[in-house]
Design a protein around this ligand. Structure first.
Ligand SMILES: [Zn+2]
Length: 243
C-alpha cells in the first residue's frame, strides 16, 4: 500500500487570515487554573467527555501556542514570494496545535475542530476534511450556545440554528491555500500540492485522484508545512484536567 499523501492539514480561518498578528493580544504564559476551569465548563456533555477521553486514549498531544504562522509561497507578478499566515490551529493523527485566542470559547471550538482532523483519513481531500470539521465545530458551538464567529450558520425550516454547509464550502474554496476550480465553477475540484525544486512547475491533484503539472499562474499558492510556533515549545494541555 502506498504511503498516504503528504498534504499537511493546515488551518487558515478567515477571521485569523484577515486580522493583525493575533499573538499581540492573545494570552501568554502557562495555562492557568482559570483557563482549565473555563474549558471544563464548556466540555460538559457525555459526548464532550468521550472526545477528551478519546484524545487521551490515542495519546494525542494538545499544545497551545501564542501564535502559529505558516509560510506558503504565492506566485505574483511572474515570481514566487513568501506568503505568511497566522493559523488558528493544525493537526496530525498524534498532535493538535492551537493558537490561543482571546476567548476560551474559541480555544474550545478549535479543539473540537482539530480533534476531528486527528482521525480523518489522510486520503480525504482538503475540501471534504474541512467541511466536516467546520460542520462539527459549528454544530458543537450551537449546541453549547456559543456565539457565531463567522457567518457559517443558517436557520432551518424548524426555526433551529444549524451549520450552513454551502457557506462553509464557499469559505473553504475562498480562504484555503492552493484551492483551484471550486465546484461552483464546474469541473473536478483540484488543488496545488507542491512546487518543483526549481519552482518552474506546480503539481496539482484533482479530487478524483489524478495529478498533473503545469507552469505557475498568477495567484497560485503552494501550501507548505513551514511553521513558526511561538513560543517554540508551547504549553502542553493536561487533558485529564479537562475531565
Ligand atoms: Zn480544519
Amino acid at each position: 500500500m502506498a504511503a498516504p499523501p503528504s498534504v499537511p492539514l493546515l488551518e487558515y480561518p478567515r477571521w485569523l487570515r484577515t486580522s493583525p498578528h493575533p499573538g499581540a493580544e492573545a494570552p501568554t504564559g502557562e495555562l492557568t487554573e482559570e483557563w482549565y476551569a473555563a474549558m471544563r465548563a464548556l466540555f460538559h456533555t457525555d459526548e464532550d467527555r468521550q472526545l477528551l477521553e478519546g484524545l487521551i486514549t490515542r495519546r494525542v498531544t494538545v499544545t497551545m501556542y501564542d501564535s502559529i504562522q505558516f509560510t506558503d509561497l504565492i506566485y505574483r507578478n511572474g515570481g514566487w514570494t513568501s506568503h505568511g499566515w497566522h493559523a488558528g490551529g493544525c493537526a496530525s493523527s498524534r498532535s493538535i496545535e492551537i493558537a490561543r485566542n482571546k476567548s476560551v470559547a474559541r480555544d474550545a471550538r478549535t479543539l473540537v475542530h482539530e480533534e476531528l482532523h486527528t482521525w480523518q483519513s489522510p486520503y480525504l481531500n482538503t475540501r471534504d476534511a474541512e467541511l466536516a470539521a467546520y460542520v462539527e465545530e459549528e454544530a458543537w458551538a450551537i449546541a453549547h450556545e456559543l456565539p457565531e464567529v463567522d457567518d457559517l450558520r443558517k436557520t432551518n425550516e424548524h426555526g433551529e440554528l444549524e451549520p450552513d454547509a454551502e457557506k462553509i464550502r464557499a469559505m473553504i474554496d475562498r480562504d484555503y491555500p492552493g484551492m483551484l476550480a471550486p465546484p461552483s465553477e464546474g469541473g473536478v475540484p483540484e488543488r496545488i500540492i507542491s512546487v518543483s525544486p526549481d519552482r518552474t512547475t506546480v503539481t496539482i491533484r484533482t479530487e478524483d485522484g489524478r495529478e498533473y503539472t503545469r507552469a505557475p499562474q498568477e495567484g497560485d499558492v503552494v501550501p507548505r508545512d513551514r511553521r513558526l510556533l511561538t513560543p517554540p515549545h508551547g504549553h502542553v494541555v493536561d487533558l485529564r484536567r479537562l475531565l
